[in-house]
Structure formats: structure tokens, C-alpha cells
Design a protein around this ligand. Sequence first.
Ligand code: SAH
Length: 220
Amino acid sequence: MTDPIAEAELASRRDQMVRDQLVDRGISHPGVLAAMREVPRHEFVAVAQRAFAYDDRPLSVGYGQTISQPYMVAVMTEALDPHLHERVLEVGTGTGYQAAVLARLVREVISIEYVPELAEQAREPLRRLGITNVTIIMGDGTLGYPPREPYDGIIVTAGAPAVPETLIAQLNEGGRIVIPVGSQMYQELVVLRRQAGKIHEERREGCVFVPLRGQYGWGR
Ligand code: SAH
């Protein structure tokens, strides 16, 4: 049973998170702000972690993985420049929180997770929240997901040594890739855009993500 008072308290912390951590730091995309005001982030963490769900930091979710800091989810989602008719590929499902935020902003989200247990777990909150436009696939996301390409947006939520060519190849004309690129300890957020057949690259703020594994990541 969920405690209604606790739910109200969590909702108020969520509103406050959007104001203090997102709006005050310059996130302005109305859809991103609305999505993060609506998606109950606490549903994506363990019950013992719920009290910290709206804190200004990433949280550990087991298997050496994390749910990203709310601000970083907002920055990446805004940088992806999502539109309602689009299909987006996420590499690194983790808890499914980022996928749930994206689900409100695009038509379809394909999300790939390397750790089978996490892929399995992430389906649960999405089902509970009635989110039906997210498909979770188990596998190596550095290979992309050819059956559903091309993608209008690709978001990678783990740190890569370089932008995998496989992902660039699955990007639609006008499509964007948002990916942290750097060492295993520190990365820069990179935003790529395919325009008139050319790839434009923009480097944004520094960030720290868990390492991207797999063939075009840091390996197994
Ligand atoms: N977006 C997540 C946070 C992701 S943490 C959320 O909202 O909760 C990074 C995730 O990337 C981890 O779950 C990790 O297992 C996964 N990952 C790492 N390398 C991967 C790969 N090659 N393919 C798919 N997922 C990968």
C-alpha cells in the first residue's frame, strides 16, 4: 500500500526539484519541465532510496549502475531536442526513468540495456505507470538497434570512449545524438546533428557517467 501523505510529500519535492535544480539552472524547454514534473522519479528507485529520489545527485541502483542526477536527465533531454512524432533510441535503460521522461516527449522510445536484470526491473515501473510507448531490449546498445532504424534521436546514458559509428549510421536526416564522451572517469556531453548529410558536432558541459560497455564502448 502506498501512503497518500508520503505521495503528496514526494510530489511536492518533485515540484521543488524542477524549480530549484532545473528552472533556476537554465532548463527552459516547456515539455522537458512538464515531463519531469509529472514522471514520479521515486517509482524508479528502491523503496529504501525513495527519500532521496529528488536529491540533486545520481543514486546507485545496484549492479554498479546509477540513475542520473535529475539536472543531467534534463540537460540531455533538452539537448536531444525531442518532437512528438519522433522515434528515439536510448542506450542504457538503467532504471527506465530517462525512458519514461522521453516517452512523454516523443512517439516511441526503444531503450537498450546491457545488464539483463536491469532491463527486467525497468519494465515494472513503466508498466505500473501505464507507459506503453517504451520498448526495452536486452543487448549491446553500442551496436544500436537496426530493426527499428533510422532514429530521430539517440541518447546514450553511459560514458563512451568515442561516438560509435554504428549509432551515427542509424541516425535519420535531421537527427541528433546526445552522448557523454571522454575517459572512464570524466566525459564531455557531445551533441551531434545530421544535417544535409553532414555531421555537426557541439561540445557541452563536463559530466561523469558510468562507463559504456560493449563492442564500441569500453568492452565487457
Ligand atoms: N538512463 C538510466 C541511467 C543509466 S546508467 C536511468 O534513467 O536510470 C547507465 C546504464 O547503461 C547502466 O544501466 C548500464 O548497464 C548501461 N549500459 C552500459 N553499457 C551499455 C551498452 N553497451 N548497451 C546498453 N546498455 C549499457
